[in-house]
Design a protein around this ligand. Structure first.
Ligand code: SF4
Length: 327
């Protein structure tokens, strides 16, 4: 048996897992990198954390821990291995480093950013505090460590309302996602001061998209991510984080579903639920898509790019994340 055939034989059980969403012609090139990554993980004593928006060959074939930002943050704290490789975007790698600072945290592409994280700086947060003295700052985890360090507490799309209400105050500043803040404001009596950051993936969905899909796909259930504009959430049947969407599909087994979020999310959930028809449209995140199997392989081979956070920033940012995790 040649080397290539040996790799295909070793990785055959993994292909079986993703064959509903990965073409047979694509697999040989994936298989070689997957085989090398599995070996490198053992050699480096590394674990791979992958966000729900990673492509199925990463999510289902090389990742050790998968989930939304909240799940990845929680699980990063308990990682015992020497190296954490984040198959996700930069703020997620920073959060893992904040919560498990003795580990080497790698991200395969330093330019895997986020339009929300880039919408606000630490100086912007200080400016908001000056304009709204005494109002606590709730910061979405999709921000840099420097912005988290200026905040009272963090939140994710899965726990935003609970975090806002946990503070027991009549008004909060919630940043940087304007739509998430507006969607939370619609569900709570707490007044919310917003910032004008948007997710470039979710802001592109429109109510007309939803109506068009309903016309073409009778009976479809529409689940919208809370980073979508409020008029899109209003058109949906249900709104929730990626973890909540996944649970909803697992519990309800709809015949047809539309997940208004990043494209790979539908692929990853479809692998687990072949009985469900996943209707598109979806939108791609260009930042998440900077992470690839060859990039992960190279990162483990060369032990790059290590995520480093200024200790003075890290200590304050960690407090904001840990306050969230305590709720
Ligand atoms: S999907 Fe949106 S929020 Fe998530 S990383 Fe991409 S730009 Fe940021």
């Amino acid at each position: 048996m040649g080397a290539a055939s040996e790799v295909l034989a070793r990785t055959a059980p993994l292909y079986d897992r993703v064959k509903s969403v990965v073409l047979p012609a694509e697999w040989p090139s994936f298989a070689e990198d997957i085989d090398a990554i599995l070996r490198l993980k053992r050699e480096r004593n590394a674990v791979i954390l992958a966000h729900n928006y990673q492509t199925p060959e990463i999510f289902h074939c090389v990742a050790d821990i998968v989930g939304d930002s909240l799940a990845l943050a929680r699980r990063a704290m308990d990682v015992d291995a020497d190296v954490i490789l984040m198959a996700g975007v930069h703020f997620m790698a920073e959060t893992a480093k904040l919560l498990n600072s003795s580990k080497t945290v790698l991200i395969p592409d330093l330019h895997a950013g986020c339009s929300l994280a880039e919408s606000i700086t630490a100086a912007d947060v200080r400016g908001l505090r000056e304009r709204h003295p005494g109002v606590p700052v709730v910061t979405y985890v999709n921000t840099s460590a420097a912005v988290k360090a200026e905040s009272d507490i963090c939140c994710t799309s899965g726990n935003a309302r609970a975090i806002v209400e946990s503070l027991g105050v009549p008004e909060v500043i919630m940043l940087p996602d304007e739509y998430l803040a507006q969607n939370v404001a619609a569900e709570t009596s707490v007044r919310i001061i917003t910032w004008n950051g948007h997710c470039e993936v979710h802001e592109r969905f429109t109510p007309a998209d939803v109506r068009q899909v309903r016309e073409g796909h009778p009976g479809v259930v529409v689940l919208a991510h809370p980073e979508c504009p409020p008029d899109v959430v209003a058109e949906a049947d249900f709104s929730g984080s990626t973890a909540v969407m996944q649970d909803w599909v697992a519990r309800n087994h709809p015949a047809r579903v539309l997940l208004l979020t990043e494209c790979s999310m539908s692929d990853n959930v479809a692998v687990l639920h072949p009985e469900v028809e996943f209707v598109r449209p979806c939108n791609l995140c260009p930042h998440m898509k900077r992470i690839s199997l060859p990039g992960i392989r190279q990162a483990l081979e060369e032990m790059r790019h290590e995520v480093v956070i200024d200790p003075a920033v890290a200590v304050r940012a960690r407090q904001a994340v840990e306050r969230m995790l305590a709720i």
